[in-house]
Write a protein that binds this ligand. Structure first.
Ligand SMILES: C[S@@+](CC[C@H](N)C(=O)[O-])C[C@H]1O[C@@H](n2cnc3c(N)ncnc32)[C@H](O)[C@@H]1O
Length: 256
């Protein structure tokens, strides 16, 4: 029975202590305490099932993220109780929209969503690689550590998105981004890759319609919209073709 907590020592009442004092002292080491519930993890894995190997990699990633979150803001702290559904499952759901894609690029990876999660899931796939493009040095350091501890299939680029075409220098099958920029900007970032045959998958929120309306002022696109499997008001915008609109065809409100 636990009696008290003091100075890192747990005092237990014992009935069989060799000194007969009925109390023993046990030094314990601090355990990473998780802010999410096991129910949230179970719900996430029911929505987006993964292999046992992938689950083990994701566990290591989540442990690291929770540890670093104390010193680096990787995700909004208010979302930590639902980390597995809000972030992990949200990322994993992209795999079924590009089931044969091996070469991925994730713009503005931040704390690793969706890029590190995808790279964990693709770790056993021969030839798979997720390029994680992040311009913030602290976050890029976190991403490197996450890739190391999970042995995920990823390459971290401490770089701006504008440099990614030259840096990656090889064919990409799928471009992703979440919580990075308005859709019309994301389309511009993805254009060089989609022109070479990549698919783009952007995780978006409830304003997706307004963002699509804005994007079609600048781009000829045929978006396919998928509602998020994780519920809420999330959407995935899928694009297989991007063409810049003739600037003279663009109208600007009253000045048209
Ligand atoms: C709001 S966070 C989103 C992170 C992650 N995608 C997520 O959904 O949790 C946006 C990230 O994009 C990075 N970023 C913004 N503009 C960028 C650019 N031009 N090139 C590379 N990274 C950029 C920021 O440093 C930041 O880490």
């Amino acid at each position: 029975m636990l009696v008290s907590w003091r100075d890192g020592l747990l005092r237990f009442a014992r009935n069989d202590g060799p000194k007969g004092d009925g109390v023993s002292m046990v030094k314990i080491t601090a355990q990473a305490s998780h802010p999410f519930s096991t129910a949230d993890k179970a719900a996430a894995l029911a929505l987006t099932p993964v292999s046992r190997e992938t689950e083990a990699r994701l566990d290591r990633y989540v442990d690291l993220l929770v540890e670093w979150q104390a010193k680096t803001n990787l995700v909004a702290s208010s979302t930590l109780p639902h980390l597995w559904t809000r972030h992990v499952a949200d990322s994993l759901q992209l795999l079924s929209l590009a089931p044969t894609a091996k070469a991925w690029v994730d713009f503005g990876s931040g704390g690793g969503f969706p890029g590190v999660v995808l790279a964990c899931a693709l770790a056993e796939t021969p030839g798979a690689n997720v390029h994680l493009v992040e311009r913030n040095a602290k976050k890029a350091a976190f991403l490197r550590e996450a890739v190391r501890v999970t042995s995920a299939a990823a390459t971290v680029h401490l770089a701006g998105i504008g440099d990614s075409v030259d840096r990656i220098g090889s064919r990409v099958d799928c471009v992703t981004a979440r919580a990075l920029a308005p859709l019309h900007q994301l389309v511009g970032f993805a254009e060089p890759f989609v022109k070479e045959g990549a698919k783009a998958l952007f995780l978006k929120g409830q304003d997706v319609e307004a963002e699509l309306t804005e994007a079609t002022k600048y781009w000829n696109i045929e978006p396919r919209l998928h509602s998020s499997r994780t519920g809420g008001h999330g959407w995935i915008v899928e694009l297989d073709r991007i063409e810049r609109r003739n600037p003279s065809a663009i109208t600007y409100g009253d000045r048209a």
